[in-house]
Design a protein around this ligand. Sequence first.
Ligand code: B3K
Ligand code: ZN
Length: 896
Amino acid sequence: MADTATPTVIRRADYAPPAFLIDTVALEFDLVPERTVVRNTMRVRRNPDAAHAAHFELMGEQLEFVSASIDGTPHSAVRTHEHGLSVDNVPDAFELTLVSLCNPTENTTLSGLYVSSDNFFTQCEAEGFRRITYFLDRPDVMATYTVTLRADKAAYPVLLSNGNLLDEGDLPDGRHFARWEDPFRKPSYLFALVAGKLVKLEERVRSGSGKEKLLQVWVEPHDLDKTRHAMDSLINSIRWDEQRFGLELDLDRFMIVAVGDFNMGAMENKGLNIFNTKYVLANPETATDTDFANIEAVVGHEYFHNWTGNRVTCRDWFQLSLKEGLTVFRDQEFSADMAGGATDEAARATKRIEDVRVLRQMQFAEDAGPMAHPVRPESYVEINNFYTMTVYEKGSEVVRMYQTLFGRDGFRRGMDLYFKRHDGQAVTCDDFRHALADANGRDLAQFERWYSQAGTPRVTVSTHYDAAQHRYRVTLSQGYGDAAPTARETQKGPLLIPFAIGLIGANGADLPLRLEGETGASGTTRVLEFTQTEQTFTFVDIAEKPLPSLLRNFSAPVIVEYDYSAEELAFLLAHDSDPFNRWEAGQRLATRELLSLAARAATGASLQLDDSVVNAFAQVLTDETLSPSFRELALMLPSETYLAEQMPESNPAAVHTARQFVRRRLAEALKNDWLAIYERHQTPGDYEATPDAGGHRALKNLALAYLAELADPADAVRLAGAQYDAANNMTDRAAALSALLTAATAGDGRRAQEALEDFYRRFEKEPLVIDKWFALQATQRGSAQRPVIDIVRALMSHPAFNLKNPNRARSLIFSFCAANPAQFHAEDGSGYAFWADQVIALDALNPQVAARLARSLELWRRFTPALREKMRGALEKVAAQVKSRDVREIVEKALG
Ligand code: B3K
Ligand code: ZN
């Protein structure tokens, strides 16, 4: 639908309770692909806590109105309009029945009711329910639902909806029905139905209190052999939530359904989670170690929403992080516990590092651009644009800070109180904060700023050692630097920052910590409560000048500025007892070196790599006391995107030159070590999806990737070719193919070409693997003779490409535009022209997906002048042509 007028801005400050409440909803569906009839009977009453309203206003989109009746009598005082339906002359309490039609086949937005592979699916969050029936489609309207589904039995043998199955049976004309009831009150965004030809893996388990639960994973018949891992992940999630938070599954039955056309990862509909196939289907031949880990995390995430999101939901969409930040935190903790239990700090750190890397690369960038917003946004045009890194990942960091401040037990007390107070309610981020504060006897008024201030805080650290007094002073100051454009919008005051610190002695061991005023030393890591703009903490009894280990385990989502020397960073990399900070030291060292090389590359100067960097990396590489997965993370250089953002003016070409130069130098200088690592970390025998085996594969494949960088990549081609042929799992096969593609840049590309062709033939019937095939090509290095844009454009006409399928669009278009910066930002602007064409094409099909792609140029102002102008041109072209509210909000903010 075209929105030509200025789009309506929705503001948090304008929240008002709904004029009416809906207590029960009875839905009847006659499912027909082009013409589905929906009959919706609601018990409605006036909200005693709201102002009187003359009409009952219901939202509706893309619906054809058929009829209305009140208390069984046809009602004609009804008016349809652009946003839905107005019902006049309504009593204080009444039963309203509405009949309407929709067209699931034509629905390419994948919001509301749609068809994918001839089956029916729904997606209602945030505002998709109004595309199914007229409704008060807002999360503070909670009702119990009964759902009757009727459809052709041969075409749609399986009929699912939320809750428990009440009844099913045959109808005349080859049709059948199923009736479902969800006993829990829920907001409309948690409604779901699925109908079609699906099969299931099912298992019965007992919950903590001994009740039997039926668990099902529903997929298309040919995918049944890829459901075991999702089922195991679900069972582990159920156990974990019982143990860690005392939260039990509340339904008799819990279902996961996989669908190939889906806008995001998955959806937590009550009792009927609907998942992108990418986060369900896995077996060793088709899924990588990363896929296995992601499935576990997403299954956990959606399951954990059953309490954080569904039992206690959001009052309005500004509170989105109440459920998303909290649930991301819970899934991160779940994954860490699965990898390392509560005590294996090194294994837990691996997960922490991965999460922080995502936060810094994506959320910090978001916070420095035109889409910057607080964890609890103040306004939006299209709510779907606010399912962001800030709401999810920074939101999770905000929740983590409560746990850092109060400990695991204190955090648990807060959660218990939160559920005690708010079970069954639609609440706010303030309610959550108050529960945490009250349960721990604390005033957390200042902590609210984490919800209301956008931008990434910077903490500047200075230290002073008084050798005579054995005192060590640490002065912290906080602010937002000048990189936060939204500083204008929100008033900024100092935050309560839990700042974890350790002090390291010359022998590499942690020093016992005693702050001035304390009676004795305790512990070696201290969480300082940093609450003022500037604050000094004095440690006493410090017999030697220490080296500070700052913000251990990344205790707050901030940027730390401290002037470490290269030697100090190498020392921390070798000795810090905090595994996160060990990794961090290596990243700082590498970042600094890479940025100075990039600055030289930008002027065309020659490049040289400091030996200290090579030595520091060599030490990590050969340190057999470190786990393989930690070494893999430590030896991976910061991404080109992250590095470019750290430059005064982003210059992707210079960053690429610098990073490639360093990769090749590390490959050459440590060639024998890489070869040795490659041999030593083989995992012969059957594939095991364990963190340990995955760590070996990751390190081995990193070695292979470095070897592929050599000027003469013959060894890499030989090893990768053999690995490709012999692989019994997708991790190794995809890594080998990737190494062959890299080596093809320097040498002869025939082996890579053969492997690419083989890969396609082998996996032609596995859409998720073909996505990898597209993505590997879109993210490859390319060359002057064969720029990747040409390859991508050619692949757009490959018979397997389909713009309507979001996974496929992401695998080719998004991979190129967001994960191949050196090629995307080609000087001639060809990448931007391609981007503009694709945003415009997607806008007409699927605004949510288009709006995601639209975000790839939002940091345009930070680039070198030549690129900046071309980016602006592409943005203007898009702004002039797109129609959806979704994309317009993004490009208009970008052009600002
Ligand atoms: N709650 C959904 C996301 C819905 C996105 C709507 N555009 C998945 C999740 O976060 O668990
Ligand atoms: Zn979520």
